[in-house]
Design a protein around this ligand. Structure first.
Ligand SMILES: NC(=O)c1ccc[n+]([C@@H]2O[C@H](COP(=O)([O-])OP(=O)(O)OC[C@H]3O[C@@H](n4cnc5c(N)ncnc54)[C@H](OP(=O)(O)O)[C@@H]3O)[C@@H](O)[C@H]2O)c1
Length: 304
């Protein structure tokens, strides 16, 4: 049994990892920010604690509630528009707090895993591998890249997992791209999705499974975790609609280049997932396999 601190256990990815680690028999402390009710109830040795990543004393308190052997740092300001609107807060939450947690982990000899993002790239090329140079174009991407750099400085053995677009079931039921598409179509609305924005979507269950595999793997320090295909957002939307028995004609393909979205979205954030495929026993599923898994209600069954 390992003592594990999961920050962001009330979030989409964090809640799923929290539950899976508890099901695996670990002693897990999960933190929440403003949504305590979204921390899952899980069997085994678990506790939830409040955490404010803008407050050093709160970070130290959460750390002392666990004295972790592993810190899995999922908590972040993860909304692009919120980061753009409050860049200083995004810097404190995403960068300064990550650095502090990594420094505390290093001092205790604990493993540190940081969840980062495909949004550290500018999206001009796509098929990004771990050796490609990140060039963020918005505040969220910049703060996540700065977090990677700060964490690496504080804890050179830390593992940075850059996630592609993650889909699946979230605690709020409204967080994920598939949930938003299904909600819109079921209410009779139309979903506008970019035909020229490409990602490598990954099912949250596959993120969880990879994290469980990598918990003790000290040989990897940077990994791109994405599904095996490069797919446009509108094509992903049509696949979701079809899988959920909804009419894919309800998806309107729109053009990223014509949009006035703030911040601007990188057009092609697809990943080269060769390293992940070679080091994971269970490489991530394709979109068709992932949606089928979701539809069968199997999500959460094999990853906690
Ligand atoms: N979802 C994706 O598609 C995706 C893709 C690439 C990378 N990532 C990365 O993966 C990680 C998890 O993403 P997610 O989608 O699970 O995010 P999420 O659903 O937005 O959850 C964010 C978590 O962080 C917590 N949090 C936010 N601000 C906080 C603060 N000031 N103090 C303490 N806790 C705070 C939230 O707590 P409350 O809700 O309780 O306030 C929540 O538990 C993030 O690091 C993100 O950058 C996600």
């Amino acid at each position: 049994m390992t003592e594990i601190l999961v920050t962001g256990a009330s979030g989409f990815v964090g809640s799923r990892v929290f539950r899976a680690l508890a099901a695996d028999g670990h002693s897990v402390t999960g933190t929440f920010g403003s949504h305590e009710q979204r921390v899952p109830t899980a069997k085994g040795h678990t506790q939830s604690v409040a955490l404010d990543l803008t407050d050093d004393a709160s970070i130290e308190k959460a750390f002392r509630a666990s004295w972790p052997e592993v810190i899995l740092h999922t908590a972040a300001m993860s909304e692009l528009r919120a980061c753009e609107a409050e860049p200083e807060r995004a810097q404190r939450v995403n960068v300064a707090a990550s650095e502090k947690l990594a420094r505390m982990a290093a001092a205790l000899g604990a493993r540190f895993i940081l969840l980062s993002t495909d949004q550290v790239f500018d999206g001009t090329r796509g098929n990004y591998g771990e050796n490609d140079e990140p060039v963020p174009i918005h505040v969220y991407g910049r703060t996540k890249l700065d977090a990677e750099i700060a964490v690496r400085r504080a804890h050179p053995a830390a593992l940075v997992l850059r996630l592609a677009l993650v889909y699946g079931v979230s605690p709020s039921g409204t967080r994920t791209p598939n949930e938003q598409i299904v909600t819109t179509l079921r209410s009779g609305g139309r979903a506008k999705l970019f035909a020229d924005e490409f990602r490598s979507p990954i099912l949250v269950d596959d993120v969880v499974r990879a994290i469980l595999e990598l918990l003790t793997d000290k040989t990897t320090t940077l990994l791109h975790l994405g599904g095996p295909e490069r797919i446009a957002r509108d094509a992903f939307g049509r696949a979701v609609a079809t899988a959920f028995g909804l009419d894919p004609a309800g998806i309107d393909a729109v053009v990223l280049a014509d949009s006035d979205l703030v911040p601007k979205r990188p057009p092609d954030l697809s990943f080269d997932t060769g390293r992940a495929r070679s080091c994971l026993r269970h490489p991530p599923r394709s979109v068709a396999e992932g949606l089928d898994f979701l539809m069968r209600g199997a999500s959460g069954a094999d990853s906690g």
